[in-house]
Design a protein around this ligand. Structure first.
Ligand code: AMP
Length: 657
């Protein structure tokens, strides 16, 4: 990335505590009287954690004993000696233990009566359908693991995966895990510059991509983005292309260089056994890039042991997934939800995962419910933005399908507004008398930390309580707990096994999470806790936007705009959006002599789309002569946002003009 790094402050930023008007209004609107949703008795009765208070007390009194119990959910090649070694910001878990994530997700089921059950059912946007039993998944993963080894990939090497939600993407992730290579999935929708910066940052030896993806009936080429991104990156030794079969009208396919291979041609059809690499519990399993506030990619590193114990425990305890369920997460392998709760957690518990490529309202708004009925989906994980989209099409759509099996819908990624929560409760899980549960977490923390368990009531507008094992609080900038009912910073006070260990290549940047408020992990969100211990998460405290559940740094979009030859300065803010949660608005000052007009705006939008991908593309761009700045030259986005929202911009004494 060309954007210079901004050194993050190491002292608490008092400005971070300044709540916006909207957050203040949200706090005063939170009430839980007649709006609570009681848990259905039948669901509470079959919950994995029958009494969360007992679990929470156990975790508080004997955290190591609690996690030692949970570690029994996974198979170890060498037992660990010590449960935890904690000296924040650093923490190590299951020290001395060795395991392999792919073995836990596949081999142990192949060795059981689950061998011939479906591990994965995949449906394409056009209705194409494939099923993989655990037995087949074992063979596919091992074949590709052997192929990677033959190309010289080994333990600790980085493999970037730029593939849509296709079985080959999941196979690639698990093949990397099997041979100890560190995968880094980059959402196949992210643009050239964003992909390049990630490949460069992690020093990937191999890039595995699909040649195209489908979205809303359109065939979208991915390979040209990869070609452009890695053209002169010579650290990339191999590009492996998953060619999705030729379709009418396809041009004959030729590889561009000798480092390119076909996904299936590199495999030896008969090499179906691949020795799993014994991984130290603390060895990295994957790197996943997320948005920070500096415009530089932030490679969150998750460690094998703690991650697998955490996601296995949470798949059962929170998402209620069992090996008798068909579970559908509408996310994508490009996001943390896709890692934890499409691939690793649900496969570790032996469930059948249902995956569909494409958006949940195409070709018709009914497609999701049609598929739930057809396959008998039991559990779903989705995002508030999807619920609001379904809501906009009306309750008669899901009512037209048999959803009596669908007993639980978990929602995460952004605040689930009460209207959407009540609507989903009535119309999506109403037929089964099931439950909608909110949960809060982030890329850095690979599974729920706050959430509503089916053993206690849901309070729409509030996420829930700390998950047993998590010590969470709302504090002020000095780390002191704020009184109940008052907004503050959301912090995790004790490391969890499923939290990140470092930021790839930049441990100081990792330490910043624990140094903003010394000894606590600051999540970057504003939250409020009520007198009964329920939390509501109101939004970000930093310069990160949440667009349809995706975190996008204002700095990323600003940096991209600055790379356009016409742009002198730019500022980006998130504005409320009824469906996406937030939408992006950009303010741009153009260089002298550049003609302004609709053609320029279109060119700026195309540029960002190409650079970062469609989700980071501003929905509105305003050309201006100047931007509001402090005397030290910092752009005051807070001012731009307040003006847009018709609110009081607050203290402007530091503004230069
Ligand atoms: P990501 O790392 O991209 O998954 O984004 C994590 C961020 O999404 C969090 O820091 C929150 O700002 C937001 N978020 C995730 N889940 C929730 C939720 N249930 N309620 C409110 N905000 C959420």
């Amino acid at each position: 990335m060309t954007t210079p790094e901004v050194t993050p402050p190491t002292t608490p930023d008092p400005g971070a505590m300044a709540l916006t008007e909207a957050q203040r209004a949200a706090i005063s609107a939170l009430s839980h009287d007649e709006h609570v949703i009681a848990p259905p008795v039948w669901l509470a009765r079959r919950a994995h954690v029958p009494n969360d208070a007992v679990e929470r007390a156990h975790a508080a009194q004997d955290p190591d004993g609690f996690w030692r119990d949970k570690a029994r959910l996974v198979d170890w090649m060498t037992p660990f000696e010590t449960v935890s070694e904690i000296a924040p910001p650093n923490h190590r878990w299951f020290v001395g233990g060795k395991l392999n994530a792919a073995v836990n997700c596949i081999d142990r089921h192949v060795a059981s009566e689950r061998r011939l059950k479906a591990a994965l059912i995949w449906v394409g946007e056009d209705g194409e359908e494939h099923s993989y039993t655990y037995n087949r998944l074992y063979r596919e993963v091992n074949r590709f693991g052997n192929a990677l080894r033959k190309l010289g990939v080994g333990k600790g090497d980085r493999v970037v995966i730029y593939m849509p939600l296709v079985p080959e993407g999941i196979v690639t992730m698990l093949a990397c895990a099997r041979i100890g290579a560190i995968h880094s999935v980059v959402f196949a929708g992210i643009g050239t510059q964003a992909l390049r910066s990630r490949v460069e940052d992690c020093g990937a030896k191999v890039v595995v991509c699909s040649d195209y993806t489908f979205r809303r009936g359109k065939k979208i080429a991915l390979k040209p983005t990869v070609d452009e991104a890695v053209r002169d990156l010579y650290t990339v030794e191999h590009v492996i292309v998953h060619r999705r079969g030729s379709r009418p009208g396809d041009a004959p396919y030729t590889f561009e260089s000798e480092r390119e291979h076909d996904f299936y041609d590199v495999q030896d059809g008969r090499s179906i056994h691949c020795e799993p690499e014994p991984m130290d519990a603390e060895d990295p399993l994957f790197i996943l890039y997320t948005s920070g506030t500096t415009g530089r990619p932030k490679g969150v590193v998750h460690a094998t042991g703690g991650y697998l114990v955490g996601t296995t425990y949470l798949s059962r305890a929170f998402f209620q997934i069992t090996d008798r369920d068909i579970y559908w997460s509408t996310s994508d392998i490009g996001w943390i939800v896709g890692h934890s709760f499409i691939v690793y957690g649900p496969l570790s518990v032996g469930a059948t995962i249902f995956c569909r490529e494409g958006v949940p309202d195409y070709p018709t708004p009914a497609v999701t419910w049609e598929l739930c009925e057809r396959f008998g989906v039991d559990l779903m994980f989705t995002a508030p933005t999807a619920v609001r989209m379904w809501m906009s099409h009306g309750a008669e759509v899901p009512a037209g399908y048999d959803l009596r099996k669908l007993r639980l819908i978990a929602c995460a990624g952004e605040p689930l507004n009460p209207e959407a929560h009540h609507w989903a409760q009535a119309h999506l899980v109403g037929q089964s008398n099931g439950m909608v549960v909110d949960n809060w977490w982030q890329t850095e923390i690979a599974g729920p930390v706050l959430g509503t368990l089916p053993t206690f009531e849901a309070r729409p507008g509030k996420v829930g309580k700390p998950i047993p094992g998590a010590d969470v609080a709302v504090v002020d900038a000095s780390g002191a707990p704020v009184p109940d009912g008052q907004g503050g910073l959301l912090v995790v006070r004790r490391p969890l096994p499923y939290m990140l260990r470092t930021v790839w290549g930049d441990h100081a940047r990792y330490e910043h999470y624990w140094r903003q408020i010394p000894g606590m992990y600051t999540a970057g969100d504003i939250a409020v806790r009520d007198a009964d211990g329920w939390f509501a998460v109101l939004g970000r405290a930093d310069d990160v936007m949440n667009v349809a559940g995706h975190r996008i740094g204002t700095a990323d979009v600003e940096g991209s705009l600055l790379r356009h030859s016409a742009v002198a300065e730019s500022a980006v803010i998130g504005l409320p959006d009824p469906v996406k949660g937030e939408r992006i608005k950009a303010f741009v000052v153009v260089k002298a002599g550049v003609p302004e007009g609709p053609a320029l705006i279109a060119s700026l939008r195309d540029h960002v789309r190409q650079d970062l991908g469609p989700i980071a593309t501003p929905s509105e761009i305003e050309l201006r002569k100047t931007l509001p700045k402090t005397r030290s030259g910092k752009i005051v986005r807070r001012y731009l946002k307040a003006v847009e929202l018709g609110q009081d911009p607050g203290d402007l004494s530091t503004l230069a003009d």
